[in-house]
Design a protein. Structure first.
Length: 156
């Protein structure tokens, strides 16, 4: 069986009423939103850090990163802990989401190419648009959501 025809599992989550998905292989765990410690002099979308079993994990507000309003804490707010590959290194990040929905399986033919919105908008982190029934899900390439400069700022 060749790679192109493999069904892949994705974790779907909501940001500002839009559904996004990330490859389950990149997801470490899902946590309730806990005490996030603010870190001075970091970008707006960097909400702070959490202590994950003794490790310091930066927490990113994906809504802010994508130009939406700040994530407000609700009973459903959670932190999706993902592993991001950057320059051959694996970095553990927490991504704030309004809520996590479910794990879905998509076959390649259910994923359409990401829309081209002109060269000024950086959309290369959108792998494509998953189609389920009549709704679209934005498929994120989590490795490309952050630039190396942003990750350096977050790690610093």
């Amino acid at each position: 069986m060749t790679e192109e025809f493999q069904t892949t599992q994705y974790l779907t989550f909501v940001l500002d009423e839009e559904t996004f998905a990330v490859d389950v292989a990149k997801v470490r765990e899902i946590l309730e939103e806990s005490n996030i410690t603010k870190v001075p002099q970091t970008p707006d979308f960097m909400r702070g850090v959490i202590n994950l079993r003794g490790s310091v994990v930066p927490v990113i507000d994906l809504r802010l990163k994508f130009g939406m309003s700040k994530t407000e804490k609700t009973v459903n707010t959670c932190i999706i802990v993902v592993e991001v590959e950057m320059d051959g290194e694996n970095i553990i990040l927490g991504a704030l989401a309004d809520s996590v929905q479910e794990v879905i399986e998509l076959e390649p033919q259910q994923i359409e190419a990401a829309p081209h919105i002109g060269s000024r908008l950086k959309t290369d982190f959108i792998k494509g648009m998953g189609k389920i029934g009549n709704r679209f899900i934005m498929m994120l390439d989590i490795d490309k959501v952050f630039s190396s400069e942003e990750l350096a700022a977050v790690q610093g």
